[in-house]
Design a protein around this ligand. Structure first.
Ligand code: DX5
Ligand code: ZN
Length: 217
């Protein structure tokens, strides 16, 4: 699938070796690096924040695609922008003022993205499509890697592509694997996030499986 980008999620990487893992997976063909920020409030898990993003920034040669699973978002936009996020994605469910949040993300110098959970209708993001460079369609309930893909969410991808045309990045996030990737691309997605499917079977000292896993998607 030529023009489709693979964005490995470091949620599935070795948390004690993010820099080396990022360099390894980029050397093995990763197009973007997907960085899952979780606050233990918007989602039932905690990962890391702006300081970790700043620490890993020098190791990212491609694109640092930061997925904010936090609420509220606005107080932290500046910190993630200064940390070097290229894309900064906020959840439409994270608060009542997504339109203002997305304006603030672009004003801070990042490319804005909006994410929507499996239970959120695709219409919820229609009013802000002209403010974003990316829509992240969650194909699992956010908070954890290694979950099963929810295929009913793909109708949102088709609808988004019909509304937005080819200029918008439509990113699939959750449960992407060789068995599910084709349906995602056929529905119109052009960026596939994959955590467990990419990092399984490899390590910093043995990264070859990362490349095999990426090519298999
Ligand atoms: C889940 C995260 C996803 C997750 C993907 O809340 O947003 O990016 O890390 O991991 P896999 O590919 O293992 O489902
Ligand atoms: Zn994510």
């Amino acid at each position: 699938t030529a023009s489709v980008k693979i964005a490995p999620s470091i949620l599935a990487a070795d948390f004690a070796a993010f820099g080396a893992e990022i360099e390894a997976v980029e050397a093995q063909g990763a197009d973007w690096i997907h960085v899952d920020v979780m606050d233990g409030h918007f989602v039932p898990n905690i990962t890391f924040g702006p300081d970790t993003c700043r620490a890993i920034r020098p190791h990212v040669r491609t694109v640092m695609d930061v997925h904010l699973m936090i609420a509220p978002v606005d107080p932290y936009i500046e910190a993630f922008a200064k940390a070097g996020a290229d894309i900064l994605t906020a959840h439409v469910e994270a608060g009542p003022h997504i339109h203002r949040t997305l304006q603030a993300i672009r004003a801070a110098g990042c490319r804005p993205g909006v994410a929507l959970n499996p239970g959120t209708p695709v219409e919820a993001v229609r009013p802000v499509l002209d403010l974003v460079d990316l829509v992240c369609v969650m194909t699992v309930n956010p908070g954890f890697g290694g979950q099963s893909f929810l295929p009913d969410t793909l109708s949102k991808v088709r609808q988004l592509r019909a509304w937005a045309g080819s200029g918008l990045h439509i990113e699939i996030d959750g449960g992407v694997a060789p068995a599910t990737a084709r349906a995602c691309v056929e529905a119109g997605a052009d960026v596939l996030v994959a955590g467990s499917a990419v990092f399984k079977g490899g390590s910093v000292s043995d990264p070859a499986p990362y490349g095999e896993n990426i090519r298999a998607i």
